[in-house]
Design a protein around this ligand. Structure first.
Ligand code: F6P
Length: 545
């Protein structure tokens, strides 16, 4: 939609930006004691405070006009209905169906209601969880399974790893879950070196079952089990697969009874709600897993039904567009104030950047506006002592999401108050800043030289959202992730890009496959550009010396 920038909605926002740019949030707060009530929303126990943004009520109205211009309402309905909104791959994106299947509202793909299939796999997951957790499932030598190793990468790793790390208080203490994703052998070796093949179950999680990193690690794992069991029958006791590619799984040697299916209408980075979440379900129990689905399903209903100005994912998306496309902010930081949420920004990085890191629109045309931002971040307290300097005083505008639960797993009241005080202080500092008068006073009181004046001024007026909820439980984490998924979808709709393919990851994969054999001999290489040739030849030299 190269006309996006010419649309009246965009033009109105451009003009509005000129008016808003010089306005300081400090003044907006001074002028309106009800700003928090006006600019905060709630779903389940998640409070979303977006009052510390460079917006007025008019901004929000104008932004919703942009959503209207993109036909967002129809696009939301098309997604939930199962239209093939992933246009390049001609298929639906139905992660929402995975968490709503128990309501049995029919959703048709190829003229077939998909709910019975989803529910059938859910029942298998439930049964399998029960077998493992109860100890009925035994390894080849008759011992119980005490360790699960999920081998997968990208969406087949980050979702389960993020959620399971968040939900440790719910985890079965007798079954430890490990994640192997990196093809650097250190990852699998360091993981299995403390485990016994007799009591370890491998989950090979791969939508395609062709991903080089995953298949390489899976083969190493199989060899490890075989070295110990010395019998191929052991494979059925120690390997299950989650995939859409059954022939490849069977080729690998995993029996069809041990395959948990999912479907090509589930995107990899949207798949934790499918059997890809098996490691989560085993660890926290099936009941809790359904709570995770329920939390996401609640957000789906909200997203489908709430008017745009009070629709949390829509507001999150519009604010992102406001900064990305009008303030030219290139990135967005995700800052959780809970150790248990430490992988949350990694997870969102894939979900957002693989979805919206596109520059060709749905009509195959080059866009003439910015699309997906760089998503980054890490646990807030650590970030404060690393990169917050730039967020507070650097030349770049970095909108931030601050995320905190009111309760953590371990919390002496004092220590928790320190954590939460920081969660509250940082957005306030970013918004308010520190004026020249305040700095002068501080210098004077502390008898510091006036030469420090400029360096100690904080401009403020730096935007952030705050998410505050009671605790990290299955339902809340389900809701939180679904909010971000839909935010990403809304932005993709407005930018008119397909958020559900990932063509940009293919070229590197193809090249890597062709380079592997070139590394396996000592002959000098000349088939690439001189840089790649030089690197390969140097690699061979230093490997052989
Ligand atoms: O390379 C990117 C990607 O295709 C992601 O989209 C996906 O989550 C990941 O690789 C893993 O893919 P698979 O589940 O097919 O192994």
């Amino acid at each position: 939609m190269p006309e996006l920038k010419k649309s009246p909605a965009w033009q109105a926002l451009n003009a509005h930006y000129e008016r808003i740019y010089p306005v300081h949030m400090r003044d907006l707060f001074d002028q309106d004691p009800h700003r928090f009530e006006k600019f905060s929303l709630q779903i389940n126990d998640i409070l979303f405070d977006f009052s510390k943004n460079r917006i007025t009520e008019e901004s929000l109205t104008l932004l919703t006009h942009l959503a209207d211009h993109s036909g967002l309402k129809d696009q939301i309905e098309a997604m939930f209905r199962g239209d093939p909104i992933n246009t390049t791959e001609n298929r639906p994106a139905l992660h929402t169906a995975l968490r709503g299947s128990r309501q049995n509202t029919p959703i048709y793909v190829n003229n077939q209601d998909i709910n019975p299939e989803i529910n059938r796999v859910l029942s298998r997951i439930e049964h399998f969880c029960d077998q493992i957790r109860s100890g009925k499932w035994r390894g080849y030598s008759g011992k119980k399974i005490t360790h699960i190793v999920n081998i997968g990468i990208g969406g087949s790793d980050l979702g389960p790893k993020t959620v399971l790390t968040a939900l440790q208080p719910y985890a079965d203490e007798n079954i430890k879950v490990h994640f192997v994703s990196n093809v650097d052998q250190a990852s699998i070796i360091e993981t299995i070196s403390t485990l016994s093949p007799e009591t370890t179950l491998f989950i090979i999680a791969s939508k395609t079952f062709t991903t080089q990193e995953t298949m390489t690690n899976a083969h190493s794992a199989r060899q490890w089990v075989m070295n110990s069991a010395k019998n191929t029958h052991a494979i059925s006791k120690h390997f299950v697969a989650i995939s859409t590619n059954q022939p490849a799984v069977i080729d690998f040697g995993i029996a069809s009874d041990n395959i948990f299916e999912f479907w090509d209408w589930v995107g990899g980075r949207y798949s934790l709600w499918s059997a890809i979440g098996l490691s989560i379900a085993i660890s926290i129990g099936f009941k809790n897993f359904t709570q995770l689905l329920q939390g996401a399903n609640d957000v789906d209903h909200h997203f489908k039904n709430a008017p745009f100005e009070s629709n949390i994912p829509v507001v999150m998306a519009l604010l992102g567009i406001w900064y990305n496309n009008f303030f030219n902010a290139a990135s967005h930081a995700i800052l959780p104030y809970a150790h248990s949420l430490r992988y949350f920004s990694d997870y969102l990085q894939q979900c957002d950047m693989e979805s919206n890191g596109k520059s060709i629109d749905r009509n195959g045309l080059q866009v003439n506006y910015e699309t997906g931002p760089i998503i980054w971040g890490q646990s807030g307290p650590n970030g404060q002592h690393a990169f917050f300097q730039l967020i507070h005083q650097g030349t770049k505008l970095v909108p931030c999401d601050f995320i905190a639960p009111a309760h953590n797993r371990y919390e002496s009241p004092d220590q928790h108050a320190i954590l939460l005080a920081n969660f509250l202080a940082q957005p306030e500092a970013l918004m308010q800043g520190q004026t020249i008068e305040q700095v002068k006073k501080e210098l004077d009181q502390n008898q510091l030289p006036l030469s420090l004046l400029q360096s100690k001024i904080f401009s403020g007026n730096r935007p952030s959202n705050s998410f505050l909820f009671k605790e990290v439980n299955p339902k809340t984490i389900g809701s939180l992730i679904a909010l971000y998924e839909h935010k990403i979808f809304v932005q993709g709709c407005i930018w008119n890009i397909n958020s559900f393919d990932q063509m940009g990851v293919e070229l590197g994969k193809k090249l890597a496959r062709s380079i592997v054999p070139e590394l396996q001999n000592s002959q000098p290489i000349s088939s690439h550009n001189c840089s790649t040739n030089g690197l390969i030849n140097h690699y061979k030299k230093i490997r052989s010396s």
